[in-house]
Design a binder for this molecule. Structure first.
Ligand code: PFF
Length: 451
């Protein structure tokens, strides 16, 4: 493909990939996991997982994408023609599509909460659990928000790589970081600040069990957007001078800092309100936090209003940059392989996602009785994509780059044809050959058969 798009600047590359990584996983999932798994000890294991498993897998995806300059399915086919390895590419595109379908439903909720908090409807003494439940089980409202959110994603995708994804990420990521900075500064003033930060930073190793370790590795994968074809597709738009190792490190550092800073925002608020537990589970962001924000800023409602509005805006922007990166691998594949225009390819993906997302959304309400293997459609999509296909994809990527690809090709990509001195190349190969696939296999077996 000679006229493929490409990123125009180094900072654009980092911000687009960081935009993919920073998402609901950081703001919503990470604090919930920290809360459920005992605070700082979890964070330490998480850091280890990010840098010893996540970064090598990310570099491997970059190698595949940049070397072939093609969508993920074509990329595997080019590197290993007529072999079973192509399953790796097919997996990436499929899983990105299926994850999109429920990711945009939760993103639609964040759009609703953002609108509601700006309209000051998330204030006062109300039953936030009932507020949430009546919203998600309403047949129309969540669908409308989901469709609006998807159209926002579509609008960026059709503008292409440089004018759409890159420009949008360059605008959104600094805004996101600014909002985080304002919220962290605000949280200094909360009565639960010291307790919240202690909870986050003091490790208690008695809480560490094998399942805590597995959750940390799983969270690292999800948060870094690995094994879903996204980073591989983004890397296919990298220029010849992009330093793959450095980019992977920058993205991982940004993603991890954002996750931890979100903990700095959420836990002081949670500890400011008596009787609220940090391990509240998935309802943390949509049920506990609106309640907590109200009580914590009871004496100055205006600050409460600003805090909550900015918080949901943060959630929304982060969801948007991630949803864009889930859309792109599928759009790129259809555009390049089915030979239709980028506009039409994006339209097909958007329409398909909306249809399945409507089904997912309804499965939280009127279709809740329809279950497969005991799971409603929403949970089924999450389970099959995040717990089954994703780890398998991670293992395939590691084995492919670690064992199947020519070592010289990998070396040339990582060092930009020998022009960069990469001291850790051997460590990288060791991690990608042995450590990462073994670790992911253990998680996979545990998640599927033992938990
Ligand atoms: N990394 C994103 C998050 O933390 O929310 C989620 C995500 C985006 C996963 C893109 C996978 C992906 F391809």
């Amino acid at each position: 493909m000679s006229n493929r798009g490409s990123f125009g600047s180094k900072i654009g590359v980092v911000l687009a990939a960081a935009g993919s990584a920073v998402g609901l996983g950081n703001v919503w999932r990470f604090p919930t996991e920290v809360g459920n798994n005992g605070g700082a000890a979890f964070i330490l294991i998480y850091l280890f997982s990010v840098f010893f498993i996540g970064v090598p897998v990310m570099v491997s995806e970059f190698v595949i994408g940049r070397n072939t300059h093609a969508n993920t399915i074509t990329a595997f086919r080019k590197l290993a023609p007529k072999t079973w390895w192509r399953i790796g590419g097919i997996e990436g595109v499929f899983v990105a599509f299926f994850i999109s379908c429920y990711y945009i439903v939760v993103s639609g909720w964040t759009l609703h909460y953002t609108v509601a908090s700006f309209l000051n409807r998330l204030s006062g003494d109300q039953d936030y659990k009932a507020f949430f439940n009546s919203f998600v089980s309403n047949p129309w409202e969540p669908i409308i928000y989901t469709v609006v959110f998807m159209l926002m994603t579509h609008f960026v995708i059709v503008r292409g790589v440089e004018r759409g994804i890159e420009r949008f990420s360059k605008l959104m990521m600094p805004m996101l970081l600014l909002i985080i900075a304002v919220l962290v500064i605000c949280s200094f003033s909360m009565s639960g600040f010291a307790e919240g930060i202690t909870y986050l930073l003091r490790p208690d190793f008695s809480k560490v069990t094998p399942s805590v370790v597995l959750s940390a590795v799983g969270q690292a994968f999800y948060s870094l957007s690995l094994a879903m074809g996204c980073l591989c597709t983004y890397a296919s738009y990298f220029g010849p001078n992009t330093n793959l190792m450095k980019t992977a490190m920058s993205v991982s550092v940004i993603d991890t800092c954002v996750a931890i800073l979100c903990g700095f925002i959420i836990f002081p608020a949670v500890f400011s309100v008596p009787g609220v537990e940090p391990g509240e589970g998935p309802g943390l962001v949509f049920i506990t936090l609106p309640h907590v924000f109200n009580i914590a800023f009871h004496s100055v409602p205006l600050i409460g209003f600003l805090f909550s509005s900015l918080f949901y805006l943060l959630l929304l922007l982060s969801a948007l940059t991630s949803a864009i990166s889930l859309h792109e691998p599928v759009t790129a594949y259809i555009h390049e392989e089915w030979h239709v225009s980028r506009h039409r390819a994006a339209g097909m993906v958007t329409a398909g996602c909306i249809l399945l997302a409507i089904a997912c959304s309804l499965s939280m309400g009127v279709w809740n009785g329809f279950r497969i293997g005991g799971l409603c459609l929403f949970d089924l999509f999450d389970f099959v994509s995040a717990k089954i296909i994703l780890p398998l994809g991670g293992i395939i990527i590691c084995l492919f780059v670690g064992w199947r690809l020519d070592r010289q090709l990998v070396y040339n990509e990582v060092t930009n044809n020998g022009s960069l001195r990469i001291r850790l190349f051997r460590l990288y190969i060791f991690l990608v050959r042995w450590v990462a696939p073994l670790a992911i296999s253990i998680i996979f077996i545990n998640e599927l058969f033992l938990s």
